[in-house]
Design a protein around this ligand. Structure first.
Ligand SMILES: Cc1cc2nc3c(=O)[nH]c(=O)nc-3n(C[C@H](O)[C@H](O)[C@H](O)COP(=O)(O)OP(=O)(O)OC[C@H]3O[C@@H](n4cnc5c(N)ncnc54)[C@H](O)[C@@H]3O)c2cc1C
Length: 375
């Protein structure tokens, strides 16, 4: 009998969205799971994010969709506004967890992390904070993993879920090159304006902005700044600069400027994407989430892919006799969907950059419909 069925032990690098979801899905399937997380504490800072239908559907499989809906703001429409401030149409997204529940949820990152960590811990997953992995060696069917505290583990499965700059990927000998897009992505937490009951996306000249509700009282403003090289701004300059970028937009966006000025949480990130070519696994080690495929945020679906990865990984390992065969099946099932999403998100980012918003909107719609297909 194959050893992975006798001693189903897994070590996951990264307690982010992909790592905690995979840990919960594996633990529920009977695996003993440990996570090593580089961050010294379990608190996560940062902006909010939008979990689309596929993310909610995958979370529902773990019994977590309703908790996320209770922690966030459920909604089903995206309103597109053109550069004159006129409505350019509304997209109604498919409700993948039933007609009575919304199509998506806006949720603060710390709230999502709390939900995912609590679920993993309820299943017996152990999370080691302030730790990472320094070496990974395949020894027969097992993987020997060395941690920064100089301890070792011998596990049946090694999972790199450590984000776009993954070091687990390199330790497995998998190579990628991150793509830069001359775009800067901004987010700011603000009080929710009364009209912010769904996603609003405002085409601008030359940037794009929008609003996503996170709760009855909070929302986040997003802005994509086009045609800029990666750079760093001092924290004190973030809110004034974002307000300045919002100024040329007409109508409703004008209301957001003063809210941004008062925001204590403004983040600014250069847009980078990742698509790992070839296999995502080597021996009994695999990478998932942004470590394997990081789309541009324009499709708001990176988290959905990360959550789906964890669930599909546990299912395919459960269906196959050996870890290697399970990982082959996992990658076969995931690679095309993830590649399509990354490539489409990059095309949408380029169309925004070229101010061809009218071409981007149908592509966003088509891609959401494609993602509505089962993972
Ligand atoms: C500005 C912006 C906005 C976005 N908005 C959305 C959105 O609205 N909707 C959506 O679906 N997606 C969105 N995304 C994408 C989404 O955030 C990612 O796809 C998702 O977070 C990927 O999850 P992950 O677990 O793979 O990686 P991460 O969330 O990056 O988690 C990786 C974890 O690994 C840890 N780690 C890193 N290195 C190590 C190491 N060496 N050892 C141990 N631990 C390590 C990190 O501390 C972190 O906890 C957005 C992305 C950006 C940049």
């Amino acid at each position: 009998m194959d050893s992975h069925r006798r001693t189903r032990t897994a070590l996951i690098v990264g307690a982010g969205i992909a790592g905690t979801t995979a840990a919960t899905a594996l633990a529920r399937a009977g695996w003993q799971v440990e996570i090593v997380e580089a961050s010294p504490s379990r608190t996560t800072s940062g902006w909010g994010l939008c979990l689309t239908g596929p993310a909610l559907r995958a979370l529902d499989e773990l019994g977590l969709a309703d908790t996320c809906l209770a922690e966030g703001y459920g909604m089903s429409e995206i309103t597109h506004v053109d550069i004159r401030g006129e409505s350019a149409g509304e997209v109604r997204l498919p409700r993948l967890i039933g007609a009575r529940r919304p199509a998506m949820v806006g949720i603060a990152r710390p709230a999502l992390h709390r939900v995912l960590h609590a679920a993993a811990e309820r299943c017996g997953v152990v999370v080691h904070h302030g730790q990472t992995v320094t070496a990974v060696d395949q020894e027969g069917e097992r993987v020997r993993v060395r941690l920064t505290d100089d301890t070792e583990r011998q596990v049946a499965l090694f999972v790199g879920a450590d984000g776009i700059r993954s070091s687990a990927r390199g330790l497995l000998g998998l190579r990628t090159s991150l793509a830069e897009h001359r775009q800067i992505v901004w987010r700011a937490l603000v009080p929710r304006p009364s009209w912010g009951t769904g996603i609003h996306q405002f085409a601008g000249q030359p940037h794009t902005a929008g609003l996503v509700p996170l709760s009855d009282s909070r929302a986040y403003v997003f802005l994509t700044e086009n045609g800029v090289e990666p750079s760093v701004l001092p924290d004190a300059e973030l809110a004034p600069r974002l307000r300045q970028l919002l100024e040329p937009f007409p109508r409703r966006v004008a209301e957001l400027g003063p809210l941004v000025s008062a925001s204590a949480s403004v983040v600014r990130r250069p847009l980078r994407t990742n698509l790992l070519q070839g296999g995502w696994h080597r021996g009994s080690g695999v990478v998932i989430g942004d470590a394997a495929h990081a789309p541009a945020p324009q499709m708001a679906s990176g988290a959905a892919l990360a959550i789906e990865d964890g669930i599909v990984l546990a299912k395919e390992l459960g269906r196959h006799e050996s870890v290697g065969a399970g990982l082959d099946a996992f990658v076969d099932r995931r690679a095309r969907r993830c590649r399509t999403l990354v490539e489409t998100s990059v095309t949408i980012a380029a169309l925004e950059q070229a101010r061809r918003h009218h071409e981007a909107h149908p592509l966003v719609d088509a891609c959401h419909r494609l993602m509505a297909e089962p993972a």
